[in-house]
Design a protein around this ligand. Structure first.
Ligand code: E4P
Length: 217
């Protein structure tokens, strides 16, 4: 499973990259706003900066909601850097744009997916990634992981190449469960990745090893 970090924060992206296990980055307009990145030029420059830090794919989201606008914006984003993946919302105009982009060889991430039907449409349109938001489903008492399972089943039935990018991952157990189900990618905060490191027996074991070493050296 690929690990993406879901942030526009440069320090956190660098920290995840330094760990050596980062495969890419996802952003969205809220995450960009959180970092105070505003204005077309600043936003584009920020995407380029992120691409220069990481080796993998960087999702950059369009703001337009009409076909022509999505296409224009998406083409401009894709031109910024080879690593850019155009993030398009799961709406009717978005599906048309994903189909257009896939025919032009522009890679896409279909975002705001909350049902298996939406995921099926995204795959049929040729999306590179589909982003089911598991945390936001959990927030409304609906099993987000169950959606990942359903999409996995449907995609495997027809050997769709669209990669399942489990999004809105909130914590480490989401990461582990997504890996068990067979999500292709997960995107979450740095804490969800760093949580995988933690085990009290590792800490106490290391403490003892070092204490024993220091007694005799
Ligand atoms: C996906 O690409 C989104 O940026 C993201 O995962 C949303 O997560 P949230 O529900 O924690 O905002």
């Amino acid at each position: 499973m690929k690990f993406f970090i879901d942030t526009a924060n440069i320090d956190q992206i660098k920290e995840a990259q330094d760990l050596g296990i980062l495969d890419g980055v996802t952003t969205n307009p809220s995450l960009m706003a959180k970092e105070g990145i505003t204005g077309e030029e600043n936003i584009k420059n920020h995407y380029i900066k992120i691409c220069e830090i990481v080796d993998g794919d960087v999702s950059a989201e369009v703001i337009s909601t009409d076909f022509e606008g999505i296409v224009k914006e998406g083409e401009a984003l894709a031109e910024l850097h080879d690593q850019i993946v155009v993030k398009v919302p799961m709406i009717k105009e978005g599906v048309k744009a994903i189909k257009y982009f896939s025919e032009k060889g522009i890679r896409t991430n279909c975002t705001l997916v909350f049902s298996v039907g939406q995921a099926l449409l995204a795959a049929k349109a040729g999306a590179t990634y589909v982003s089911p938001f598991i945390g936001r489903l959990d927030d409304i008492s609906t099993d987000g992981l169950n959606l990942i399972e359903e999409i996995r089943l449907v995609y495997d039935n027809y050997m769709f190449e669209t990669q399942i990018l489990a999004a809105s991952v909130r914590h480490t157990m989401h990461v582990i469960d997504c890996a068990k189900i067979g999500a292709d990618v997960m995107t979450g905060p740095l804490s969800s990745i760093e949580g995988l490191l933690k085990h009290p027996l590792t800490d106490s074991g290391l403490e003892k090893f070092l204490a024993d070493y220091n007694k005799n050296n």
